[in-house]
Design a protein around this ligand. Sequence first.
Ligand code: ADP
Ligand code: MG
Length: 325
Amino acid sequence: MINVTGLSKRYGGYLAVSDVSFEIKKGEIVGFLGPNGAGKSTIMNILTGYLSMTRGTVTIDGYDIIEDPEKAKKKIGYLPEIPPLYTDMKVREYLEFIYDLKKVKFPKKPHIDEVLKLVRIADVQNRLIKNLSKGYRQRVGFGAALIGNPDVLILDEPTVGLDPKQIIEIRNLITRLGKNHTIILSSHILSEVQAVCERIIIINRGKLIADDTATNLANKLSKERALFARIICDEENMLQTLKTVSGVKSVRSMGKVETGAFEFVIEPEQGKDIRQAVFEKVAAMGKTMLSFADNTMTLEQVFLRLTDATDEELENMLGDKGEEE
Ligand code: ADP
Ligand code: MG
């Protein structure tokens, strides 16, 4: 359904997207996960034809976004990070305006009615957009994206700025829409992506660094079998000391995880059991270990690990990436 090959985008001298390739099949719900500034919105703007690429190709259902923009764009509903709502319009009026703008062919009234119903805003259709809550406004944005019945929905951080109840409503909406749409959704929040997406593409500093199911990502990285130690201590001092323990290959801090306590990821040299040595070292320093586990990495840990790894580390961790298809 969506094919992206060798996509790069340069803003002046700055390379915001670098050689990104992926494919999304019909009916998939894929999450774009990455920290702020990673390049997610840039890629989405290129996919939807709002921004030109510096290099690479994008096709939507076989239509090249540059050579056949009209046909490609008809396939896509786009919810930008900040939907351009005309707040002095009434909800229905706005959707009718979008209908005209998109030059939709099928009968107007039943189509608008259907969209209003789908995103559950029929009850506010005659209210001014500016008087709606943020959650409702976001649903109007979804409605606009759905006008014309596009197969593909591209949603840029669809829950940013919403309260927890509204977030759940929007998530349910996405899950419902996922039953008969292909969806790409971006977020810098892992739980967000995990809640609705089957597949995760991690973008960092303009590069695609992982493309897999959440479970596979966690499994691949757990090959390292790192230990997770949560210790009440001085971060830097503990980091340096743990590195001196015999059999320890590397130590990283995941930062402060609760008051006074830091979480360290300790990687053993191949085949070494370092549990006792680490435990004794921490005890000898008079520090308290709150938890100590060699569990599989949570997706949160996978995400942090991937986004701060060097290119060489990524190669080691995800060595088979790109050879799957
Ligand atoms: P994300 O959506 O992942 O937060 P963006 O795609 O918005 O990331 O931005 C990626 C990088 O490109 C950032 O460093 C951002 O500052 C830069 N950038 C985005 N838009 C522009 C622009 N119009 N001109 C110059 N730099 C830009
Ligand atoms: Mg963005």
